[in-house]
Design a protein around this ligand. Structure first.
Ligand code: ADE
Length: 233
């Protein structure tokens, strides 16, 4: 029996945002082929009262609105009842910064449950009570977690077996070896007085490999010295 496809559950107030860009290109083709599945689950379905209210003013005062713990918990529990084994994350600028290592580990699992917040945030108690890991896609603030969830999904799905045409290209790309990727060139050999580096045209694979490695290290040192400091391989 074939394994179940990698499962993405997104809890959102804007389910219409999905699949959005995830319907396009390699990740979209994989969705069509059922190599992964996507559920955009409407938090408002768990809202309170006639108006299906999902938020309220922050305790202690202040601007904006906060998503209610009881509403979010009901949405999380409903999703988990269908897929109890998925790790659960809450996309938030306060979270642990997303890395390729986290992506690799989630991609190797059964899928991911993602809570996309809006407004000023989510009641802290539900984050604790449901064990949601907070994850950030960078040090800037989006208007909601939906785009961040799409980023996480895209990064995970492209690593699934059979999704990329040429899996070889994965081992060379940025971050896979703790370094940024070396520069790439293609025809024409000379363009606007700029030439493809001679080494790449030499046919000498060992020389090419050394050149690429040196370029990767130089680029990483110049642009991302923080990666060198924490490198494992
Ligand atoms: N929601 C709003 N901003 C975010 C960010 N930087 N990362 C993840 N989720 C977010």
């Amino acid at each position: 029996m074939a394994a179940l496809p990698w499962r993405a559950q997104v809890l959102t107030l804007f389910p219409d945002m999905f699949p959005g860009p995830l319907a396009t290109s390699i990740v979209g083709a994989a969705l069509q082929k059922e190599q992964w599945s996507l559920e955009a689950r409407d938090i408002r379905a768990f809202g309170i009262g006639k108006h299906r209210s999902v938020d309220d003013t922050p305790a202690g005062g202040g601007a904006g609105m906060v998503l209610r713990a009881d509403v979010v918990a009901a949405a999380v529990d409903d999703a988990r009842a269908e897929a109890p084994d998925l790790p659960a994350i809450y996309l938030s600028p306060r979270g642990r910064p997303l890395t390729q290592e986290m992506v690799r580990s989630w991609s190797a699992g059964p899928g991911l449950l993602m809570l996309a917040g809006r407004f000023e945030g989510v009641d802290e108690r539900v984050i604790e009570a449901r064990g949601l890991e907070e994850v950030s896609i960078g040090d800037y603030v989006l208007s909601g977690g939906e785009l961040a969830a799409m980023v996480v999904i895209d990064a995970c799905v492209r690593l699934l077996d059979g999704v990329l045409g040429q899996p070889d290209s994965l081992s060379e790309e940025s971050f896979e070896n703790g370094l940024l990727e070396y520069p790439q060139y293609t025809r024409p050999r000379s363009w606007e007085d700029r030439n493809i580096p001679e080494t790449l045209l030499s046919g000498d694979h060992a020389r090419i490999s050394n050149w690429r490695r040196a370029q990767s290290e130089e680029l990483t040192k110049a642009r991302r010295p923080d990666l060198l400091a924490t490198r494992k391989s």
